[in-house]
Ligand binder design. Structure first.
Ligand code: ZN
Ligand code: ZN
Length: 469
């Protein structure tokens, strides 16, 4: 995300305010030091993600794993001593992947690693066979004459670039979400994409895809990056390439899942809420350790460490584990709908959903009067290697709609250099989590939430911002 320059008037006001209040105050610094020491000696975030991935495992929305995860989350909140534990129902569609097979038939025979995209329909029971047409991007597909595509399998071969902030994701993920719609417009029989991932392994990266009511539904899958390279190399030799594709995904109808919520009740202003979040669901092939078991561990552990080390905060700390993020932020949208009257009580929200890499930057989206306080929190986070960022934060996926209701958000930006090597693959497992890195996340969330819950600062309302380029 580009850092937007802060208007100079804002800077001036911040500077004057800083001089007047003087910080970081000794009390805050001492308390934060105590919290940091406790967190440095705690493996709690890691232990929580370990428990979730080992005892529950995969938990795609509406599945048995999802039901187990909801029960696990309730039990874990209680075990950790949260004051209030409750859940809010969310209706979710349950989809299962089933068999996914792809094979090059001519000019040479090769088995390809493929994974159905989330929500895809199945191929006919015995699979389908068709010639492949390769395009370099979704935009290129839109410009390809329909006659070149009709009756064929479209292969979108766009590579994702590695980037610390994950900037490579956006330009490529549109092919995943909209590829089936654009291919079907030209009467393709199926669409395959190169995985939205930065690895060169034989793991395919799944992820949600969409259909449009005005075009037929066609099956959609992702090839592992290694297999995408093989297919591209054979196509580039110039002979027609024929593929067979057999994917047996199924819809199982509607189920009830839950946003699971744990609170540490505030002692002085219990109605004012500091909300920290992650999502409880995951894809089905791995165990969702990085996405988003790590986030679940970090936010649960941060709140628990605050209560255990510093006692109950002045404001309430609410940990929300959202249902069904992966199929389109379903739990997050339901949360807003069901809690409209309560949104005005949320002082600030943050979400951890970018793996377990270290946090390197603290961005806010605060009203002007709270910018000096944002600076103060930055100062306290600096010893963890976290730099002060901009005031253009958008929060995580499940909280992105909150600023439009006036709720301020922050982004504790994580190093995502390696995140997309594993994201949405069968290889997203516990061994990918670095203990020291997740502990740094736990400490940073604990400091941030502690500071917001124990001071009188009010960063509301979140400023309207120009969309960030
Ligand atoms: Zn996620
Ligand atoms: Zn995800």
């Amino acid at each position: 995300m580009a850092v937007q320059s802060v208007p100079s008037k804002t800077l001036l006001i911040s500077a004057i305010f800083s001089l007047l209040v003087g910080f970081p105050s000794q009390a805050n610094s001492d308390n934060v030091e105590k919290l940091t020491t406790a967190s440095s000696n705690s493996n709690l975030a890691y232990e929580i993600v370990s428990s979730l991935t080992l005892e529950v495992g995969p938990r795609i929305a509406g599945s048995e794993g999802d039901k187990k995860a909801v029960a696990w989350a309730e039990a874990k909140f209680n075990e950790l001593g949260f004051d209030k534990v409750y859940k809010q129902p969310v209706r979710v569609r349950n989809w299962s992947r089933g068999l996914s097979e792809a094979k090059i038939l001519t000019p040479y025979s090769h088995n390809l690693v493929v994974s159905a995209l989330g929500g895809s329909i199945a191929t006919p029971e015995k699979g389908l066979q068709a010639e492949v047409v390769m395009v370099e991007s979704l935009e290129a597909l839109q410009q390809t004459p329909a006659d070149d595509v009709a009756g064929k399998i479209v292969f979108i071969n766009k590579k994702m670039e590695r980037d610390k902030a994950g900037k490579g994701y956006g330009p490529v993920v549109v092919g995943r979400s909209q590829g089936a719609i654009e291919a079907a417009r030209s009467n393709a029989v199926a669409v395959l994409i190169r995985s939205v991932g930065t690895d060169n392994s034989r793991f395919a990266h799944t992820g949600a895809m969409r259909y449009s009511p005005d075009v037929p539904k066609i099956p959609a899958g992702a090839l592992s990056n290694s297999d995408a390279d093989v297919l591209a190399a054979i196509i580039e030799q110039g002979n027609p390439v024929k593929l067979s594709l057999n994917m047996q995904a199924k819809e199982h109808g509607w189920q009830t899942s839950y946003n699971v919520i744990g609170e540490i009740t505030g002692t002085e202003k219990p109605e004012e809420v500091v909300l920290i979040a992650a999502h409880l669901d995951s894809w089905d092939e791995g165990t969702g350790a990085l996405d988003d078991g790590a986030g679940v561990g970090v936010v649960m552990a941060a709140a628990k460490l605050i209560k255990e080390t510093m006692g109950s905060p002045k404001r309430t700390i609410r940990v929300v584990l959202y249902a069904n993020e992966e199929f389109g932020l379903v739990g997050a949208k339901q949360y807003v709908k069901d809690n409209l009257d309560d949104l005005k009580n949320i002082i600030v929200a943050a979400e951890s959903d970018f793996g377990a890499g270290k946090i390197y930057q603290f961005d806010t989206r605060f009203a002007e009067q709270a910018l000096p306080f944002a600076k103060k929190v930055s100062t306290l986070l600096a010893p963890l290697g976290i730099e002060e960022g901009s005031n253009t934060a958008t929060g995580g996926p499940d909280i992105y709609m909150l600023p439009s209701h006036g709720v301020p958000v922050v982004s504790l930006r994580q190093d995502g250099t390696e995140y997309f090597d594993y994201h949405h693959t069968a290889n997203d497992t516990l061994d990918k989590i670095d203990l020291e890195a997740i502990r740094q996340n736990q400490t940073a969330y604990a400091i941030f939430a502690y500071m917001m819950a124990n001071n009188d600062v009010d960063p509301r309302p979140a400023p309207e911002l120009e969309p960030v380029q």
